[in-house]
Design a protein around this ligand. Structure first.
Ligand code: DOR
Ligand code: ZN
Length: 442
């Protein structure tokens, strides 16, 4: 007779919606089929995990994998390898590739490229432009579409929606979640001279200052209010924005990145130079403290890595011709678990920010919690393991991380995607990733 489960995980602490539980997890096919004390004879296979903690699969809802167009920096294969080594089970990828993802054909092309090469489940954002607004409604319904991305300020690539009227049309034309890079383009243009004259990345938070971010976020909230459409504000980086956002929780959800929580200006620019350059910039302790307060108070919904790889040669160009962006999909879990161990957030809050939060904000079906019937996406970690982040562990094609050499406590040991072990102790297995499903689409 066939056993009830294909695989049972035993001996671990499991983070379920009930809290921390010493229970077994029974997996049948791709789903969680039983939780509790499961009989020995109920399973084909057993994975014993003493001393380890099982978390719902981590969803990184903000990665740039560069394919097509910039595969010398990264591609879907290397990007998702980095993801599973770092304990990430699902990624949502951004549209500023070449060509940018702005049509059904572009989306189809990304899905085809991911087929048989992606180690994680995945979906792709479609970029809003002045030219594709009429089509957005159809695009966002397509399989594999994560939602719509808007750049209010220029960053890597050519996608840009500068003016309020166009932004309003984008919000009116869509139903899914619109995610926004909120920097005010006019102020960016007006202040670029600062960066050029200083010629050092320590100018970055002065060029792209707090007011650049705040102005855009306020404009965005005004349009969200006018249209009654909720928005998701990416990589929030300033105390001022968080103050405003905390008064508009009915209109906006909030993402912060591990690097904005971990690195501080000016030290990061002195130590890492352009390798700490990203948009919006890493800022000083006042803003960092505000981000942590927002994490504690529940103002932050999601932690996304904004994994944005560029090659070492590209990063070595003189500032400001050096490109902005920092890789991070592989270091999100270790860095944030280290913060958990340091007492800056609880493990429960980590799960809320990296699984439940993204599932809720983007309406991802069947993911984001350890519950019967949900996909068996699991991030299994050793909360006690102290480990140095080494260059030879990094799978990103860019080959560097600003966190190289950092010793963290808390490390991903096993990554399971829909019941299949895709990473165990730094060994990666088959690329079985497929497109994530979303409520309200096919
Ligand atoms: O620093 C950044 N890099 N910010 C962005 O908005 C884009 C990203 C990239 O794609 O390089
Ligand atoms: Zn980004």
């Amino acid at each position: 007779m066939k056993a009830e489960f294909d695989l049972v995980l035993r001996d671990a602490i499991v983070m379920t919606p009930n809290g921390r539980e010493a229970i077994d997890i029974g997996i049948r096919g791709e789903r969680i089929a039983g939780l509790g004390s499961l009989a020995e004879e109920s399973s084909e296979k057993t994975l014993r995990l003493p001393g380890l903690t099982v978390l719902p699969g981590v969803i990184d809802s903000h990665v740039h994998f560069r394919e097509p167009g910039f595969i010398h920096k990264e591609d879907i294969e290397t990007g998702t390898q980095a993801a599973v080594l770092g304990g990430v089970t699902t990624v949502l990828e951004m549209p500023n590739t070449s060509p940018p993802t702005t049509s059904a054909g572009d989306l189809q092309d990304k899905l085809a490229r991911a087929h048989g090469r992606a180690y994680t489940d995945h979906a792709f954002f479609v970029g809003a432009t002045v030219d594709n607004i009429e089509e957005l409604f159809k695009l966002e319904q397509l399989r594999g579409c994560a939602g719509v991305k808007v750049f209010m300020g220029s960053s890597t690539g050519s996608l840009l929606v500068e003016d309020d009227a166009t932004l309003e049309r984008v919000l009116m034309a869509t139903q899914r979640r619109v995610v926004v890079h909120a920097e005010h383009e006019l102020r960016l243009k007006a202040r670029k001279r600062k960066a050029e004259s200083m010629g050092h990345p320590r100018a970055h938070p002065e060029w792209r200052d707090w007011e650049t971010a705040l102005t855009a976020t306020k404009r965005l909230l005004a349009i969200a209010s006018k249209t009654g459409r909720c928005v998701h504000v990416l990589h929030v980086s300033t105390a001022e924005e968080l103050e405003v956002l905390s008064r508009h929780r009915d209109l906006a959800t909030v993402e912060v990145t591990p690097q904005h929580l971990t690195l501080r200006a000016p030290e990061c620019y002195e130590k890492h130079g352009t390798f700490a350059q990203m948009n919006p910039p890493l800022r000083d302790g006042k803003h960092g403290d505000a981000l942590w307060k927002a994490v504690r108070e529940g103002v932050v919904d999601v932690i996304g890595s904004d994994h944005a790889p560029h090659t070492i040669d590209e990063k070595k160009r003189p500032y400001p011709s050096s490109p902005s962006g920092i890789p991070g999909v592989q270091t999100l879990v270790p860095l944030m678990l280290d913060h958990v161990n340091a007492g800056r957030l609880t493990l429960e809050r980590f799960v809320d920010l990296t699984s439940a939060g993204p599932a809720r904000v983007f309406g991802i079906s069947g993911k984001g919690r350890i519950a019967v019937g949900y996909d068996a996406d699991l991030t299994i970690v050793d909360m006690n393991k102290k480990q140095r982040i080494e260059q030879n562990w990094l799978a990103s094609r860019c080959g560097w991380s600003p966190f190289e050499g950092k010793i963290v406590q808390g490390w991903p040991r096993v990554t399971i995607v829909r019941g299949r072990v895709v990473m165990r102790d730094n060994q990666i297995h088959v690329p079985i990733g497929r497109s994530a499903r979303f409520c309200g689409t096919l």
